[in-house]
Unconditional design. Structure first.
Length: 289
């Protein structure tokens, strides 16, 4: 399998301004933030970074840390846009800002895969605050949005309201993703596409424990049962874990060996505005027909 790179380009409300020395400077609408970035091992374009806030990591390895602000930043968040989607961005305790901008080329790719079927049935597992769900919904897809976090699903629904998509056909599900998919298999449901963006570790609403390396193969096997020869895609992204794109590509290749189509693998990256260099963010594997 040949590795490919999906590149997130800057847009009006987001850009990677500069990166280096283990940090990155980004713009989110009218605000600028500095966050840690271990992949940025090079020197930045300039040392004189000016930002509204910075996330400083803690000493532990569990992602702890806190935000420090140079200027006032709305605690309730502020609206951003990606094409037809309006959503709320805010500084979360987990260093993120309410969405993952490197997923933009994935949203475009999924929309392309279903362009000739605007009423496609698509499931977004670990859907977080729903920007990917709404990106697909805007193109006409009938969506099932699944996340174990009640708060994240509530924010996703609020983002649907902000986007003027509250009446779109979206099922908002607060549930453990693996349990929901297993139940959909028992119901003999089918989908045209599935997006998976699983965390390394997580807990479901009833205390279910998710461990990526242990639980991903079974989840992929069940997702395969929800797709058929007329389905369009499955897209899997993996962050923050010691795992190879080739490894997850082989997992998909074996799971989808009985279906027509092909499996591709690669990395996600964001293009820096200062110099045009690419900052890698995640690995991915996908099946497409």
């Amino acid at each position: 399998m040949i590795l490919q790179t999906l590149i997130g380009e800057p847009w009006a409300d987001y850009g990677l301004i500069d990166s280096g020395h283990g940090r990155k400077l980004e713009r989110y609408g009218r605000f600028r933030f500095i966050r840690p970035e271990p992949q940025a091992m090079w020197a930045p374009a300039t040392e004189n970074w000016k930002a509204d806030g910075e996330f400083v990591p803690g000493s532990d390895e569990e992602g702890g840390g806190r935000w420090f602000y140079e200027k006032p930043v709305p605690a309730e968040g502020w609206p951003l846009k990606w094409k037809e989607v309006t959503f709320q961005s805010n500084c979360t305790p987990f260093r993120h800002l309410g969405f993952f901008p490197d997923m933009a080329p994935v949203w475009d790719w999924m929309r392309d895969r279903t362009a000739d079927k605007p009423d496609a049935e698509v499931m977004n597992l670990f859907g977080y605050t729903g920007v990917g769900t709404l990106a697909m919904s805007a193109s006409g897809a009938r969506m099932v949005h699944v996340d174990a976090s009640k708060k994240s699903v509530a924010q996703a629904r609020a983002n649907a309201d902000l986007s003027g998509m509250a009446d779109r056909p979206v099922r908002w599900i607060v549930e453990d993703a693996a349990k929901f998919v297993a139940r959909e298999v028992r119901r003999n449901r089918r989908y045209d596409g599935i997006l998976l963006d699983p965390p390394k570790y997580g807990r479901g609403p009833d205390g279910e424990v998710w461990r990526l390396e242990e639980d991903l193969p079974a989840l992929i096997a069940n997702c395969r049962q929800l797709l058929d020869a007329d389905s369009r895609f499955l897209f899997l992204t993996v962050y923050a874990v010691r795992m190879s794109a080739l490894a997850i590509g082989e997992l998909l290749r074996q799971a989808f060996a009985d279906l027509p189509g092909e499996v591709e693998v690669g990395e996600l990256a964001v293009r820096e505005e200062a110099r045009g260099l690419l900052l890698p963010t995640a690995i991915w594997a996908r099946w497409k027909r």
